[in-house]
Design a protein around this ligand. Sequence first.
Ligand code: ZN
Length: 282
Amino acid sequence: MPLKKDSGNTSSSRKKNQLKEISQIIMRLIDHHAHLTSEQYHGSLDEINYRAGKAGVEKIITVGTDLQDSLESLEIAQKYENVFFTAGFHPHEAKSADDQSLEQIRLLLREDKAAALGEIGLDYYYEFSSKEQQKNAFAKQLEIAVQENMPVVIHSRDAFENTAEILSKYSEKLPGIVIHCFGEGPEQAEYCLKQGWYVSFTGVVTFKNAERTRQAAAVVPPEKLLAETDCPYMSPAPLRKYKTNEPSFIVHIAEKLAEVKGLEVNQMCEILWQNAESVFRI
Ligand SMILES: [Zn+2]
């Protein structure tokens, strides 16, 4: 009996080592949505970026949520060669998106390492800014994205209908639209696809109770699929015990998407890489 148990362990650890080797040699990944300005990372960005590199995460986009956060995101992107950034006012911060700040966001988008305008959109779950303020800041930022020819990163929570209504007017005018942290079902995913938008999944897709999210991922064709950690929140399974998520964990999201789409993990990683490179032009 002990022998049998041992051999089982050996084979599973061999499998694990093989996976690790693949992830170090073949896989390359982009985490296109990380919040590296978060206080959880203060003083440890060198290590986090090192661990990301070891896990095959060769590029990271750190996402701005207001003017100050976008400025800090630029600073991080200037410090690390493999890090890019976005600038924009998150719907929570819509109330402080005055015209002057929005003009500064516009200037940030002209920086070499700017990857997109975002994250922008509507959040009716928390409603930290009023619906009117949110819609207003959303529309104004979409106009800026059109004028600056930048892709946009969209946040939508409990507001899919209004988000889709506003955003669909811009489908033709923008170089790329990414629905980040997709939390809707397959029907809404179909709507996004008809509009030509990218649909991006976080660690939620790995959660046991997230069958609807996996059903949504199942209808997204490989060429419109993206993955992101949205760290420091929502570590993917099997790493949920780690309260602070980080870019190196993205491989588990890619693995789950590969499973859902019936593809090899390294194929999925390559698809995700190509999509992120092409939409964000990084
Ligand atoms: Zn985010």
